[in-house]
Design a binder for this molecule. Structure first.
Ligand code: UD1
Length: 364
């Protein structure tokens, strides 16, 4: 029995390929627990429908709160579930608070933990996700890595090779499976962008949106880019509330601001965009596979292969830096200067390899 724990938007795209691969194994039972870290329809339920996976077996309804409150609520509510279900494995995904909270509870109950997307490191401990990654990886029994750099990070932290399995990138499984469906939605056409260049934007990291000065700089950058081409900005609830509370509503008047998009809409726009500006982990990877240039507004990334092999480039969160990077990128593109490579095992079969790794270790 596998008990999958998910809670926040990026977890759902990672769960889907593992869950679907698990369904193909006779007698393997699976139980999905949603912590309720994300709860708006646009941030949660909609993804299960689009990803073609059943609704979670249970939802802990923890909701929002400070890091301590949210982590503690998840721990307190998931403990009785794990005691009742007693799975062979708890499978946790990515680097959100739900990931770390579930791992902390499982380890103390003596239940084995598998971490999907293990080993990524930004080496930036001001990011809550970095803390979640470090803690989860120390506790997990099986570390399922998306890229070779992740294996090296784990080995450098003293984790034995027997606990590590390089399986590739599950986000890419979902992307390749649903790419045609996403295309069929033709979101650019629906927004009147047929064949036109446009930029697609998402921003939600506290480092970009929680301080008024930085958020203003980013909005000014988008406004400047919007003088050149349409800018489509899918606004995360955290970002929307910061724009309102800082009184920045008027700063980016030429930018088209949309509610958070579903998965298929996001891919439909990302694939057809001229460039993506983001601070999302998932979009750094998706743009690499789609071959779309990506500017990541962060000083570091835990996904270095997207820079060394893919289409990603880091940029400071200032108007000047973003605008200069957009200009360079457009110039390089018109010269046809760049041919991305798809990183090793980003091939659409990571979910199957994860289930194989789990089944093999269960038999021991
Ligand atoms: C979380 C993850 C982040 C991930 C992101 C994707 C952590 C530490 N952070 O950040 O790694 O990239 O999800 O979206 O786990 N809110 C709503 N509706 C919702 C969910 C949240 O309005 O359904 C608002 C609330 O005001 C909440 C705020 O967004 O306080 C932040 O939500 P939270 O889950 O704490 O973090 P995210 O910024 O979403």
């Amino acid at each position: 029995m596998l008990l999958h724990v998910v809670g926040a938007r990026p977890n759902f795209m990672k769960l889907a390929p593992v869950f679907l691969a698990g369904r193909g194994v006779p007698h393997l039972r699976q139980h999905v627990v949603h912590t309720g870290q994300h709860y708006d329809r646009d941030m949660s339920d909609r993804f299960f429908e689009e990803l073609g996976i059943p609704r979670p077996d249970e939802n802990l309804d923890v909701g929002s709160g400070s890091h301590a409150q949210q982590t503690a609520a998840i721990m307190a509510r998931i403990e009785p579930v794990l005691e009742r279900v007693r799975p062979e494995w708890v499978v946790v995904y990515g680097d959100v608070n739900s990931t770390m909270a579930a791992a902390l509870v499982a380890v103390k109950l003596g239940i084995r933990i598998a971490h999907v997307e293990a080993g990524l490191r930004s080496r930036d401990r001001t990011m809550p996700e970095e803390i979640n990654r470090l803690v989860t990886d120390q506790l997990a029994d099986l570390l399922l890595t998306p890229s070779r750099d992740a294996d090296a990070n784990l080995r450098a932290e003293g984790i034995p090779a027997t606990r590590i399995a390089f399986v590739g990138n599950v986000m890419v499984d979902t992307l390749l499976r649903l790419r045609d469906q996403a295309r069929a939605l033709a979101v650019p056409e629906r927004l009147g962008l047929n064949g036109k260049p446009f930029a697609f934007v998402t921003l939600h990291r506290p480092s970009n949106v929680d301080q008024a000065d930085t958020l203003r700089e980013m909005l000014l950058a988008l406004e400047t880019v919007a003088q050149q081409m349409p800018v489509i900005f899918a606004v995360h609830p955290r970002t929307r509330s910061r724009i309102e509370s800082f009184g920045l509503g008027g700063v980016a008047g030429s930018v088209t601001m949309l509610a958070p998009l579903g998965y298929l809409e996001t891919i439909s726009l990302a694939e057809r965009s001229t460039l993506v500006i983001t601070d999302s982990g998932g979009l750094q990877e998706e743009t690499t596979v789609l071959g779309v240039p990506c500017l990541t507004a962060r000083p570091n990334t835990e996904r270095p292969v997207t820079v060394t092999e893919g289409t990603n480039r880091l940029v400071a969160s200032t108007r000047n830096a973003v605008v200069a990077a957009v200009e360079e990128l457009l110039a390089a593109r018109s010269r046809g200067a760049f041919v991305p490579r798809r990183p090793e095992l980003w091939d659409g079969n990571a979910g199957t390899r994860i289930i194989q790794a789990l089944v093999q270790r269960s038999a021991r």
